[in-house]
Design a protein around this ligand. Structure first.
Ligand code: C2E
Ligand code: MG
Ligand code: MG
Ligand code: MG
Length: 290
């Protein structure tokens, strides 16, 4: 019997490995063409200041429509692009596109807000990232204060002096810096103190169940208090319910991002969102799509 279980287990394992392998192959070979064939697009999710109900920024998130296989989510292809090195071209494309579109909306009269762009830490190369940011600002004509670079804490697993150097150079360019997914993995509160960053984004795992999970709530309150003392903005990610929103307001969290206010929006929708005279209210009542 044990042998039978073992055998089944191996077969199951083989099948899933095969599937996994072909999926990886498909994604990797597809990435090669994706940029040239215009298969990527950016969507934009608003970040809301809940003290005064204004849009404090937008986050650019990449989307990939494969000609045969349809939508492939970033959680699937970004890690593979990081392994293969395609991530450089992807992030380069994403930052130029996002800066250009933010400038374009400003030129059409939208309220000016910073656009946040995610930057992969894999194959981390200090000079290359700084050059990428410079080029994006030059090409788009966007003022640096309207660009925020989001990095995750995994960058700190790399050579620390290099990371500090990069962050200093980015600050010199005048862009803002944000630590994404804070609180999971490699968090160190000293990074908040040591680095000239502007913003901390609390990972959505901390927000899920925050209204009933007192441990999560305690951690979030500690981060909020430290960040407030240091003059850092704190954004709660993944806010989906009114309960979560009210709870976060109650513990003095000033900014949120999440499906409660809006899903990531297409280019046309985000422009409408930013210029909407009726304010944020009706967007939180659903009806928005990517
Ligand atoms: P992230 O930067 O932490 O982005 C937040 C993710 O949470 C997005 O997923 C967003 O759609 C999702 N989200 C927002 N509000 C809610 C909510 O209320 N509930 C839930 N369950 N999810 C919410 P998305 O767009 O699938 O992106 C996943 C990750 O892929 C991003 O996490 C980021 O790490 C990476 N990524 C996305 N675009 C880029 C890019 O252009 N370059 C790089 N290097 N990474 C990217
Ligand atoms: Mg992000
Ligand atoms: Mg995040
Ligand atoms: Mg993330």
């Amino acid at each position: 019997k044990a042998k039978e279980v073992g055998k089944n287990h191996i077969e199951f394992f083989d099948e899933s490995m095969k599937k996994d392998f072909s999926e990886r192959m498909l994604i990797n070979s597809g990435l090669r063409e994706a940029i040239d064939e215009n298969q990527f697009r950016m969507v934009y999710q608003p970040k809301i200041n809940i003290e005064n109900n204004t849009v404090s920024g937008i986050e650019a998130l990449i989307r990939w429509t494969h000609p045969i296989h349809g939508e492939i989510t970033p959680d699937k292809f970004i890690p593979l692009a990081e392994e293969s090195g395609f991530i450089f071209q992807i992030d380069e494309w994403a930052i130029v596109e996002s800066c250009r579109y933010n400038k374009n909306m400003q030129d059409r009269g939208a309220p000016k807000v910073p656009v946040s762009v995610n930057m992969s830490a894999k194959h981390f190369n200090h000079q290359r990232i700084v050059n990428m940011v410079k080029t994006a600002l030059d090409k788009s004509g966007l003022a640096p204060e309207y660009l925020t670079i989001e990095i995750t804490e995994t960058v700190f697993l790399k050579n620390e002096t290099d990371v500090f150097g990069m962050i200093a150079e980015l600050k010199d360019l005048g862009v803002k810096l944000s630590i994404d997914d804070f609180g999971i993995g490699y968090s160190s509160l000293t990074h908040l103190v040591d680095l000239p960053i502007n913003e901390v984004k609390l990972d959505k795992n901390f927000i899920r169940n925050i209204t009933v999970d007192s441990k999560k709530s305690t951690i979030v309150q500690v981060i909020l208090e430290l960040s407030n003392n240091l003059g850092l903005d704190v954004v709660a990610e993944g806010v989906e319910t009114k309960g979560e929103l009210e709870y976060l307001k109650g513990i003095n969290c000033k900014e949120i991002q999440g499906f409660y206010f809006s899903k990531p929006l297409s280019k046309e929708e985000i422009f409408e969102f930013l210029t909407d005279k009726e304010g944020l209210k009706h967007w939180s009542e659903g009806g928005t799509n990517e």
